[in-house]
Design a protein around this ligand. Structure first.
Ligand code: GTP
Ligand code: MG
Length: 195
């Protein structure tokens, strides 16, 4: 997809703030600091529209990015960061649950996982949660650039096996550094936007 326009519309913490124009949405999910915001930036060719950081916990709200006046990417705060209080974790859970279980315009979720590591318990829990709510899941296995070429296939296989991916769900090796996996990501996203 050729992105000609991308803008933040709102940073929301509850349903009444979500955009009301009924455009289709694709939401991100994944561990803190895994590369969700970087994924969005790479796809839309913007360095830092979705704010990123080397420290976990950068994204704190549901950030709605309108792309080409046609659909939204929804960037979300990550999970699994140890230094988060119980109260904050509960707030996060409530916000995510409200979004993922009630949003009618949500077409698919992009679950971002770090290809260097085996998917964590939290990753598996998130995957099951999304599948339970009957959402198509696109797994983006990111930081591909950090893995030597001769080890990549092995890592992709492990990721697929650990998630026990459903037949319709796809795993795309990706790098926000090199852009590998970008075209394939767009083609899958475009498919879900049409359905
Ligand atoms: P939170 O908002 O805290 O949940 O994090 P996030 O998942 O949005 O991660 P973010 O995009 O902010 O990236 C975290 C760090 O990982 C940054 O330092 C990025 O530069 C780095 N990073 C993201 N993607 C890649 C990648 O594909 N390759 C490499 N080498 N680094 C990456
Ligand atoms: Mg982020």
């Amino acid at each position: 997809m050729k992105v000609t326009n991308a803008e933040i519309v709102i940073s929301a913490v509850s349903k009444k703030q979500y955009p009301g124009d009924m455009l289709p949405e694709i939401a991100l999910a994944g561990r803190s600091n895994v590369g969700k915001s970087s994924f969005i930036n790479k796809l839309i060719n913007r360095k830092n529209l979705a704010r990123t950081s080397s420290k976990p916990g950068k994204t704190q709200t549901l950030n709605f990015y309108k792309i080409n006046e046609a659909f939204y990417f929804v960037d979300v705060p990550g999970y699994g960061y140890a230094k988060v209080s119980k109260k904050e974790r509960e707030k996060w859970g409530g916000m995510m649950e409200e979004y993922f279980t009630t949003r009618e315009t949500l077409k698919a979720a992009i679950l971002v996982t770090d290809l260097r590591h085996e998917p964590t318990k939290d990753d598996l829990q998130m995957y099951d949660f999304l599948k339970y709510h009957e959402l198509p899941v696109i797994i983006i296995a990111t930081k591909l650039d950090k893995i030597p070429k001769n080890k990549r296939a092995q890592h992709v296989k492990r990721t697929k096996q650990t998630f026990e991916v459903a037949p319709d769900d796809i795993v795309i090796p990706f790098s926000a550094e090199t852009g590998e996996g970008k075209d394939e990501s767009w083609s899958v996203i475009t498919h879900y936007l049409k359905n």
